[in-house]
Design a protein around this ligand. Structure first.
Ligand SMILES: [Zn+2]
Length: 424
């Protein structure tokens, strides 16, 4: 009885505290410049008030309430946190290419993969990536557990949208595994070879907690038909999930585009007509525009890719054409390699050179890394821009990224959902 009364009293005190605004101190950030990627403008000398993880107010004449804790970024440029639409947190491909996925299944447990993924997620947050979309190859749903642990407050990390197992025609992305070995690619792929099987695979992934459905459309002589793609889109959209599809070009890409997916991943060999159809249908390109140095580590990926000398200029050309045609794009990297003395974030930011070479202006690149990605993820009412009511995912750097996009390499302040992760 006494305990019940004590609990009630404590409960009342908490309510009173919340009503009086004691629940969390207001943080006031004094920002030298706030970058608006969508408009390509910098607003000088702004104040950003942050409370309960969200932006409460932002502007030049916002009053700082008494008792607020202040953060001085008056010599910095502030932008929304960065987003990457195509990551594989738990995967590392250090050996000389050809995607030896199968060896990981034998040599690395889901737990080990999960720990690597957590480490990568934390490093990316430190570098300013506050939201990432994991597109599979994450062992047996390891990323769902990383996301759960971050959401439960066990670790700091970015917002993670994850796709669980990749849905593909029989064989996943393996080729010619001896029959004696059995279908062990099912460790991270679901075989689905009819529209009904695709629907069932979508439902299985959703059961295990995924936010996005990922298909590989063109890994073998069989590629997905328009009907199979439509089945995935219909089933996913009915459950409020988007569909991302790995495809390079040709007829498989035509089926993917006509099937009405949300994003085409890679699309290295898309024609101008296909890019125009994507624009017309509002389909995003997540081009994973791999720099040559990383292509050299990946190799020909089992004969799927032409040599790096041939592929690298094709990737730049496709990005240039996509930008000129006006396809909606989101920044996505697909970084899985290791190169000595480079962090994974360094390797992801190495993609900026490809975007620059393709003639995409800095403001547009930043948009693809923030508000465009949030639109693709369907979280643009919560994240991706700096505005009152949105999550306080805020980063800062000493120089203006609209003048030089490489400024993003110097991120020295990161706030995630209102929590300071690093500061200058
Ligand atoms: Zn990928």
């Amino acid at each position: 009885m006494v305990m019940v009364i004590v609990k009630k009293l404590v409960g009342m005190l908490v309510l009173v505290a919340a009503a009086q605004g004691f629940a969390q101190t207001v943080i006031a950030i004094r920002a030298g410049g706030v970058v608006d990627p969508a408009k390509g403008l910098v607003a000088k000398n702004q104040v950003i008030l942050v409370e309960n993880g969200k932006i409460k107010a932002i502007g030049a004449d916002v009053a700082i309430p008494a008792g607020a804790s202040t953060i001085d970024l008056s010599n910095e440029f502030v932008t929304p946190g960065l987003m990457d639409a195509h990551v594989h947190l738990t995967l590392t491909e250090i050996v000389g290419g050809n995607a030896p996925f199968e060896s990981f299944y034998l040599k690395e447990s889901s737990t080990y993969r999960g720990l690597r993924g957590l480490r990568n997620a934390q490093d990316l947050l430190q570098a300013g990536f506050t939201t990432v979309r994991e597109v599979g190859n994450d062992a047996n749903y390891a990323t769902e557990d990383i996301r759960r642990a971050i959401q439960a407050g066990m670790f700091d990390g970015p917002t993670i949208l994850s796709s669980g197992k990749i849905i593909a025609p029989f064989g996943g992305q393996s080729t010619a595994i001896p029959a004696e070995q059995g279908p062990f690619w099912r460790y991270e792929y679901i075989d689905a070879d009819t529209p009904d099987e695709v629907r069932k695979a979508v439902r299985q992934n959703i059961y295990y907690g995924v936010d996005v459905i990922k298909l590989v459309a063109d890994n073998s002589p069989f590629h997905y038909s328009v009907e199979e793609i439509r089945a995935a889109v219909d089933e996913s959209h009915r459950a409020g999930r988007t569909v991302a599809v790995h495809v390079y070009g040709g007829e498989p890409a035509q089926n993917v585009i006509e099937g009405g997916v949300d994003s085409v991943e890679h699309g290295f060999f898309l024609s101008d007509e296909q890019l125009r159809l994507m624009k017309q249908k509002g389909i995003f390109l997540v081009g994973t525009d791999i720099p040559k140095a990383q292509l050299e580590v990946v190799g020909t990926s089992g004969g799927i890719f032409p040599p790096p000398d041939v592929l690298a200029p094709k990737i730049i050309d496709r990005l240039r054409r996509a930008y000129r045609i006006g396809v909606k794009m989101a920044f996505g990297t697909d970084t899985v390699v290791e190169i000595p003395n480079k962090s994974r974030a360094d390797l992801m930011l190495d993609y900026l050179a490809v975007w620059r070479e393709a003639g995409v202006p800095a403001g547009e690149i930043l948009k693809c890394m923030t508000s465009n990605a949030a639109e693709l993820f369907k979280i643009n009412q919560q994240r991706g821009t700096l505005a009152s009511g949105l999550a306080a995912d805020i980063i800062a750097m000493p120089s203006n990224p609209l003048e030089n996009i490489e400024s993003l390499r110097k991120v020295n302040f990161v706030m995630k959902d209102g929590k300071v992760i690093r500061r200058p």
